[in-house]
Write a protein that binds this ligand. Structure first.
Ligand code: ADP
Ligand code: MG
Length: 277
């Protein structure tokens, strides 16, 4: 048999010891990350969930911003950042970013925020106004905001604003979702609701997710792999996989009560202390 399809390139690959030194060559030169090498393989019908934890300032956001392709961060100082085999040269519709701070437009309603991305790409996506509206209403429902379509972000709670940001980003069905401490500003019950939502949506759109969090519990609950970073300049010191069975359909609070979850949490906490202590 020689008819096997060629293996698809990794969804995301950092190779050749990726580093980022800001203000390189000046007295203010600062290396945020170094020696970063990894491959996230393309698994058809399923994306991986990578949870990243590490001390503040160790370069987690820098790594996400390199994948996002922001001009403030490109190119890496050494090494290569590849998406599906191609060097990242800028942002793209294949990547969606969700920040800690609500990134919605204050002067647009919920509906207008959610339709925004589709309107920008309307031509290439060949969409009518009616279909854009329908898709937006569908996403508003998915994130639990039905009935709030015509409100402005300032009229919503923090958790609801973050739901708008999630709908706004995921409506474009990015194959890579980048989340930078997305739930850090939310209170605990709201945060748990968001974890449940993100697990459901992630399975639905089958994206590869990179999540930065400072909650070890959140990393263990959400991550297929957990990366622990060293202090800056950051590098991935430890990768832990297969911690707990998949979380889909299991409530975060129930999962956290299970003995195997507690064992996993202790193991990751121990490694975190060892690496960053
Ligand atoms: P983390 O997200 O892990 O807290 P960051 O990636 O935000 O860390 O930052 C890592 C280090 O790089 C920090 O010391 C930060 O001050 C520095 N840094 C980040 N962005 C820039 C920039 N544009 N110019 C200069 N230094 C930066
Ligand atoms: Mg950060």
């Amino acid at each position: 048999m020689n008819d096997a399809a060629p293996k698809a390139p990794p969804v995301v690959e950092f190779r050749g010891d990726v580093s980022k030194t800001f203000n390189a060559g000046t007295s203010k030169a600062y290396t945020a990350i170094h020696h970063i090498n990894f491959r996230i393989e393309d698994e058809p019908g399923r994306g991986e969930f990578i949870a990243m934890i590490g001390p503040s300032g160790c370069g987690k956001s820098t790594l996400l911003n390199l994948i996002a392709g922001f001009s403030t961060h490109l190119p890496p100082t050494t090494g290569e950042v590849l998406i599906r085999g191609n060097p990242v040269t800028g942002p793209g519709r294949d990547r969606g970013m969700i920040f800690q701070r609500y990134s919605s437009f204050p002067n647009r309603t919920v509906l207008q925020n959610v339709t925004f991305g589709l309107e920008i790409h309307r031509r290439e996506l060949d969409l009518t106004s009616a279909s854009i509206n329908d898709m937006a209403m569908d996403w508003i429902k998915k994130v639990g905001l039905s009935g709030h379509e015509n409100k402005y972000p300032s009229q919503l709670s923090g958790g609801m604003q973050q739901r708008v940001a999630i709908a706004r980003s995921l409506i474009l069905r990015p194959s890579i979702i980048l989340m930078d401490e997305p739930f850090s500003a939310l209170d605990e019950p709201t945060r748990i609701g968001m974890q449940r939502l993100i697990i459901d949506l992630w399975h639905d759109i089958k994206a590869t997710v990179f999540l930065v969090t400072h909650s070890i519990t959140e990393a263990v609950y959400l991550g297929d792999r957990v990366w622990i970073f060293t202090k800056g300049p950051g590098t991935i010191a430890v990768e832990i996989k297969d911690l707990i069975p998949p979380s889909q359909g299991v409530d975060p609070l129930q999962m956290q009560e299970r003995p195997e979850f507690k064992v996993a949490l202790e193991a990751v906490a121990r490694e975190f202390k060892r690496v960053t202590g």
